[in-house]
Write a protein that binds this ligand. Structure first.
Ligand code: GDP
Length: 530
């Protein structure tokens, strides 16, 4: 990754990123402060509901009902100091890893939030690994420094060891817990002091000329001064210093220490994204790399959200613009169907509101209302038959069969299930033999969420039950071989919502055997969604 000098200024000023973290580390609080400083909300507390809402299933459902909140938070755009920030929300619950993975295909960088007392937690590690697969540049924010936290060197060591990435401190905390007063800015030699009295007040920042500057002693309590001097000297000697290229390549992460709830360190982090974060990057397609500065508009759908407005059965497809300058009303080609599509009412999500997007540039995320034509992985272009790569569909890890408690509603149930399959919320398999459906998800909570949504949005009470199958594999290979295999294994075959063939089984042994006996066939756990 690199920032390309040839980018037009409108594209160069864009920063499209996600925040990754373990639940409770402070992602919602940090998001809120971003929106506050981005002028998108007037006071803290407006997106609060969301972070708390997802903690329990019933609250999650309430949140889902209140589509306004959950949807406006899928992608938020705001301006910060001459830059356009596009913050793409990653679902917080560990059950939604597939959705999260796809979200991360739409961003150019990620902010990793960790809790200063807890360090690297399980979900942080998983999400980090996904970022690494794509060599995403990562900025680290060590949060909750106003509480008892670990030793600074220890935290940095843990990240380096655990995640195998170099960590460059760009700020250094002064004091811990109750004693925490602020940070020393390692890049600009400044002293940033936290205001404990006013949580929404931006830190006071004082220019310092080196560690012997008397202003340091004037502003830092005496008992913390010696430690600060020693630690900063040691850090400069022992730890990597910030190197922008290494950061952009994903080998090094700058770390800021702060307290989101006290608005401390947030601006410094935002400045970090503004100054060092990557501008929109080229995207891969099957045929070639798409550069953001290319004139023709291209983009790919990475998320579909249905029933945003309960009165209409419409969906919103979230598209990341890979190149060009889009303007409202443009006619684009929907590559999969080869049909033209007039994008007349695209939306931008500005915190709590959605707004018509009059224009958008490479790097932006726009929402396109549609009636189901747009699916995850779809490309829209000005004519070129592009296929963007890298948006996978995972084999579900849990399978259950589902049926409507009222048999008269079976047809409606099929419609509901297909919609969720298109949204990417679940895999739906229609067995070749018999009736009913088998639904596959990545995490168990999703069955409950689905059941509630089917009831809520379609008025169909359903029951999920254990299925005789536990694994699903997409079957590909020469047409004749696939057909004869399917004909002799009818009891195991099903079709997914695209009509692609899937082999269902409960034994890994079966899968191994088939691969041995049918070398021309491929049984895969993922399917590229395009
Ligand atoms: P999320 O689950 O990652 O979105 O985390 P939240 O933003 O909801 O924060 C989890 C909890 O930590 C909430 O109770 C916050 O008020 C609290 N919290 C967030 N930032 C800070 C901080 O800087 N210091 C302290 N002490 N608490 C914080």
């Amino acid at each position: 990754m690199s920032n390309r000098p040839e980018l037009p200024p409108e594209i160069a000023r864009r920063r499209t990123f996600a925040i990754i973290s373990h639940p409770d580390a402070g992602k919602t609080t940090l998001t809120e402060k971003f929106l506050l400083y981005g002028g998108a909300i007037q006071m803290a507390g407006q997106v609060r509901a969301k972070g708390e809402a997802r903690r329990t299933r019933s609250d999650f459902m309430k949140m889902e009902q209140d589509r306004g909140i959950s949807v406006s938070a899928s992608a938020m755009s705001f301006d910060y100091d001459g830059h356009r920030f596009n913050l793409v929300d990653t679902p917080g619950h560990s059950d939604f890893s597939e959705d999260t993975y796809r979200t991360l295909t739409a961003v150019d960088a990620a902010i990793m939030v960790i809790d200063g007392a807890k360090g690297v937690e399980s979900q942080t590690r998983k999400l980090f690994e996904v970022c690494r697969l794509r060599d995403l540049p990562i900025l680290t924010f060590c949060n909750k420094m106003d509480r008892e936290s670990r030793d600074t060197f220890e935290i940095i060591d843990e990240i380096q060891e655990n995640l195998a990435i170099d960590v460059a401190p760009v700020s250094w905390p002064i004091g811990v817990g109750r004693d925490f007063v602020g940070c020393y800015d390692m890049l600009n030699d400044r002293l940033d002091l936290m205001d404990r009295a006013d949580r929404n007040k931006v830190a006071q920042s004082i220019a310092i000329e080196g560690l012997d500057d008397p202003r340091l002693a004037e502003n830092v309590p005496e008992h913390l001064l010696e430690t600060l001097r020693e630690e900063v000297e040691m850090a400069r000697e022992l730890l990597p210093s910030f190197d922008r290229q290494s950061f952009l390549e994903g080998h090094l992460t700058p770390i800021w220490f702060g307290s989101a709830i006290n608005s401390f360190g947030v601006r410094e982090l935002m400045n970090g994204i503004r100054n060092y974060g990557p501008a929109p990057q080229p995207q891969n397609s099957a045929s070639r790399e798409i550069a953001p500065e290319e004139k023709p508009v291209t983009g790919f759908v990475f998320k579909v959200q249905a029933n945003m407005d309960p009165k209409h059965r419409d969906r919103v497809a979230f598209m990341r613009l890979a190149s060009g300058h889009f303007s409202r009303g443009m006619k684009l080609t929907h590559v999969r169907s080869k049909k033209p599509m007039a994008v007349s009412n695209p939306v931008l999500f500005l915190a709590a509101d959605r707004e018509l997007a009059e224009e958008a540039w490479a790097g932006d995320i726009i929402g396109i209302p549609n009636h189901g034509q747009l699916r995850i992985g779809d490309a829209l272009t000005e004519g070129e038959a592009l296929r963007f790569t890298g948006i996978p569909s995972f084999a579900p890890e849990l399978l259950q069969s589902v049926r409507a408690t009222d048999p008269m509603k079976a047809k409606h149930l099929e419609k509901a299930l297909m919609q969720f399959a298109e949204e990417g919320a679940a895999k739906v398999f229609k067995p070749v033999i018999g009736s009913g459906f088998i639904v596959g998800v990545v995490g168990a909570l999703q069955f409950e969420v689905l059941a509630s949504r089917i009831q809520l949005e379609y008025g169909i009470p359903v029951r999920f039950e254990g299925s005789q199958f536990t694994s699903a594999r997409w079957v590909t290979g020469p047409k004749d071989d696939v057909e004869s295999f399917a004909a002799t294994n009818k009891g195991h075959m099903a079709q997914d919502h695209d009509g692609d063939l899937v082999y269902l089984t409960r034994l890994q042994w079966d899968i191994d055997r088939i691969e041995r006996d049918h070398p021309s066939l491929k049984l895969s756990a993922t399917k590229e969604m395009m």
